[in-house]
Each structure stands twice: as C-alpha cells, then as structure tokens.
Design a protein around this ligand. Sequence first.
Ligand code: ATP
Ligand code: MG
Length: 233
Amino acid sequence: MVSRSVIVETVGLKKTYNSGTDKAVEVLHGVDMIAYSGEFIAIIGQSGSGKSTLLNILGALDKPTEGSASIDGVEIGSLDALGLAKLRGQKIGFVFQFHHLLEEFTCLENVLMPVSIQKGAPEKDDTSYAKLLLTRVGLETQLNKRANQMSGGQQQRTAIVRALCNKPKLVLADEPTGNLDSRSGAEVFALMREIARELGVTFLMVTHDDRLAAAADRILRIEDGYLTEVTNE
Ligand SMILES: Nc1ncnc2c1ncn2[C@@H]1O[C@H](COP(=O)(O)OP(=O)(O)OP(=O)(O)O)[C@@H](O)[C@H]1O
Ligand SMILES: [Mg+2]
C-alpha cells in the first residue's frame, strides 16, 4: 500500500479578529484537522461560520491567533512574510469564486502568471506543463483566447490550471463553482475531483452545494467555531 503523507495538520487552531481590542471576536475556537495527500475534502458551514477564515490560514495568507497549522510539515506560525510567500508559491494553489483572471491576457498567459511572477519568466518546462494541463481540462483550442472571450466554465477551468501550474501539494478552493450555473458547476467540480486523484494533490473545497459535497472523499463542517467530520450515512 502506498503510504499517504500528511499535507495539512492543525491542532487547537484559534482565530480571533481584532485581537486585543474591545472589538475582538473569536471565529475559530480550536480546530483540529488532518488531510492526506490526494484527498478531496469538502468544507461546509453557514455563512459567517469561518470557512474562508480557515482557508486563509491554511493558504498562509493569515496566521492563527493560537494553536498550530502546518502545510506539508511547515509550521505557518513560525514564518515571516517572506516565508509565508515562499510557502504559498511552492506548495499551495488557490481557486476562488471569481476567477480573477487578467482579462487582457490570454488563457495560457494567465495560467503562467504565478510562475512568471516567481521566476521572472516561465521556462520551457513550465509552458509545456501548462499546455498539458490545459489539454487535460479540454482547453487545448483556447490557449490564445483572451480571458474575457471565454465562457464562465472555461475561465474557471483556466483558474484551476493556474492553481496547479507550480505543482502544489495543496489546492484551496473557496466556492469555486459558486458563480457558475449548476451544469458547469458540476463539470468543474468533477474535473477537480479527477485531477486531485491523478496528480495526488490535496484539495480543500468550500461549497454551499450539498450534492457536490456528497461526492467528496470527506466532508468537514464548521459550526460554532469548531470543525467536525460529517459521516455519510
Ligand atoms: N478581516 C476580518 N476582520 C474582522 N472580522 C472578520 C474578518 N474576516 C471575517 N470576519 C468575521 O469572521 C466571521 C467568519 O467569516 P468568514 O469569511 O470566514 O465566513 P465564511 O464561512 O467564509 O462565510 P461565507 O459563507 O459567507 O463566505 C464572520 O463573522 C466575519 O464577519
Ligand atoms: Mg467565505
């Protein structure tokens, strides 16, 4: 059996906004979670329950107030701004509800943007990997299309490839299908599901769609500041 490595681990993770002021609000009261390589995990919970807060911390965009969070063995709380940026660049990919593609750039240029920012310019291998992934998601004929000339589903598939281009261990997706009609949403979801398995990448996906969540390997729910595993009956 192939041993699975731990990609995400949090212990007693707490997050308080406006800590130390009279407006302090503790949003996460102590989250313990573990995610292994290649797992596709759905995160559900009511609006305002702290889903994006958790994803921001796991994405090294924010730090826990208390407790620990590590990504592929790297403890987030121990890093300075440069270290956080390096961790994001090397190990994490992001997909958001709104794709944030640069409209004036082509599909391929958008996909290579993070790599270009990191390295100055993409190398030959980066471009061929990007083209391989774009072909995998059915966008091989769209490489030179400007982002604003593609459909919503095509744009979101471009954003998924952009998140995968630096070969991350972890992809964090905050309602990636929230802005799509149900059919393209289901297609984009299925694609992420397959790619997670093929590439062995861990996906954490926030969704409000219970049917999509039901197709994940595991479902985690945030409620009252705690995270619990939802068991499929
Ligand atoms: N930067 C911030 N400063 C202060 N409070 C914040 C900040 N970001 C989020 N909050 C508060 O933390 C709580 C959790 O917010 P969060 O965005 O994590 O919820 P969510 O589960 O992602 O909700 P939604 O489903 O609506 O996206 C909310 O009460 C929100 O008002
Ligand atoms: Mg949110």
